[in-house]
Design a binder for this molecule. Structure first.
Ligand code: CS2
Length: 466
């Protein structure tokens, strides 16, 4: 992943060598002030929020980002030698390339915790993409006080390992210093992501025994919810080679996404709002309708295509969509099973939204591996499929189709026997076989759902038919 051949590596000093036609930061990066701390600077953050912050910086807003990886040094190893610069490839019929300049001071929290705290003292905004599992939540949606990372952070709050521990300690230091809290913005695919994060941090402070901190966070700190959307296939060597050819420079970790991008943020950003609005972020009084539509329609269909598609031997989303049976199945599921569970809102034309999602899945320029989407199923199925299922059952509608991704996930896990399963709960279910064995996992399947005979029968029927 180091520079190949004679090509020069992207950095502040070599930026002027970038080939014509590649967009570069239009602002003075040296002067851009860090006002945002981001936890979890993986490919999604760098393809999505960092692009928005690049737009804001270009419009003259001082919103450079200090990206913080909690444990892994990979991002720092790739980006620090590049002064935080990297290339974003946008994949449509005509690909385009842009050097993103919004990330500065790339940090690994476990290596330089005090540097992270220093940024938290001055940040206006803290954002996070730590994936579903990074929130350390129990199936109820509340903080899991038995989670090993939370147990660690409660015992050693000054050297946290979890996002929750970092936020609590950062906010505590702000409070002690007489400063206002920063705004904390979750950018992960969870329903009510801001509400869940805020409650988790307050619960953590109470569990520390610091009632005053808990009350202060509850009363003063703001955790807006947000819906994020852009399909971002993982980086591979093909992308690295294309980026080198297009820009003339090597980049250890470029990222890629589709042209479509969307960020809907609950309108509680205070004086940050104008910068966000000008960059194309939708500020909404109620994000829940957008969140639910996106999680259930797009992510729910994605996970369905992943498990059912892998079982049928497909490798990518567009290949799965070229399978007429599978494409017809997910479309019927979206239109007949998921759409009726959405919150009606004048801001969302659901049939048009479904069509647009299906067209995005078919985008031939995007090579999005089903295996990438299949990761972390234990964290994804509840928000993507099981919440929809509970609503459908309550309304007396059929759950036959909604049971298919669940049964397909079980078959997928069975098919991985002896191979690595990327899932934080893998140790709990690796080696299990048959519907009954999987349904006995309360960390994934809520007991009230498991007790429902209609749903259980539907999962059994789907499992047998697959
Ligand atoms: C995907 C998402 O990997 C997955 O589970 O469903 O990353 C999806 O591509 C994004 O949420 C799209 O915004």
């Amino acid at each position: 992943m180091e520079a190949r051949g004679d090509a020069v590596r992207l950095s502040g000093a070599t930026l002027s060598l970038v080939k014509q036609g590649v967009a570069v930061p239009s602002y003075d990066r040296a002067k851009a002030k860090i006002c945002v701390v981001h936890f979890g600077p993986g490919a999604f953050h760098r393809a999505h929020q960092a692009w928005y912050f690049d737009e804001m910086l270009g419009a003259g807003h001082d919103l450079a980002v200090a990206p913080v990886a909690l444990r892994s040094g990979g991002v720092r190893a790739a980006l620090a030698p590049q002064d935080g610069l990297y290339v974003l490839a946008t994949r449509e019929a005509q690909p385009s390339y842009r050097v993103i300049g919004s990330l500065k001071a790339v940090l690994t929290a476990s290596e330089t915790p005090e540097a992270v705290f220093a940024h938290l003292m001055t940040a206006r905004l803290v954002t996070a993409t730590v994936t579903e599992k990074g929130y350390c939540l129990a199936p109820s949606g509340d903080l899991d006080l038995a989670h090993p990372d939370i147990i660690h952070d409660l015992a050693r709050p000054a050297v946290p390992v979890s996002l929750i521990g970092w936020l609590a300690e950062g906010l505590s230091r702000r409070r002690v210093a007489g400063l206002a809290p920063f705004v904390t913005l979750s950018c992960d695919n969870l329903s009510d992501n801001g509400g869940k994060l805020g409650r988790a941090v307050v619960t953590f402070a109470r569990a520390l025994g610091d009632e005053a901190l808990a009350d202060w966070i509850k009363g003063e700190a703001v955790f807006p919810s947000s819906m994020v959307d852009s399909i971002t296939p993982a980086t591979d060597d093909l992308l690295r080679a294309e980026v080198e050819a297009a820009t003339g420079l090597t980049d250890a970790w470029p990222v890629q996404r589709e042209g479509f991008i969307q960020w809907v943020v609950e309108d509680r950003l205070g004086d940050l709002s104008p910068a966000f609005a000008a960059a194309g972020v939708t500020l909404a009084a109620d994000v829940a309708a957008f969140e639910r539509a996106k999680l259930r329609l797009l992510n729910g269909a994605h996970s369905t295509l992943a498990y059912a598609g892998l079982l049928k031997g497909h490798e990518t989303v567009s290949q799965a969509m070229a399978d007429p049976d599978l494409a017809a199945f997910v479309e019927a599921m979206m239109v007949e099973d998921i759409a009726p569970t959405l919150k009606p809102t004048p801001d969302l034309d659901v049939p048009a939204y479904i069509d647009a999602i299906l067209a995005r899945f078919r985008n031939p320029a995007i090579v999005h591996k089903l295996s990438q989407i299949a990761w972390d199923g234990s964290q994804k199925l509840p928000v993507r499929i099981l919440e929809t299922t509970a609503d459908a059952l309550a309304a007396g509608r059929s759950v036959a189709r909604l049971a298919v991704p669940v049964a397909a996930w079980m078959k997928f896990i069975e098919s991985r026997d002896g191979q690595e399963i990327v899932d934080p709960l893998a140790a709990q279910f690796a080696g299990r076989r048959g519907v009954e064995a999987f349904l006995a996992l309360p960390a994934i399947f809520p007991p009230v759902l498991v007790r429902n005979a209609i749903w259980r029968d539907a999962v059994e029927a789907a499992y047998t038919s697959l």
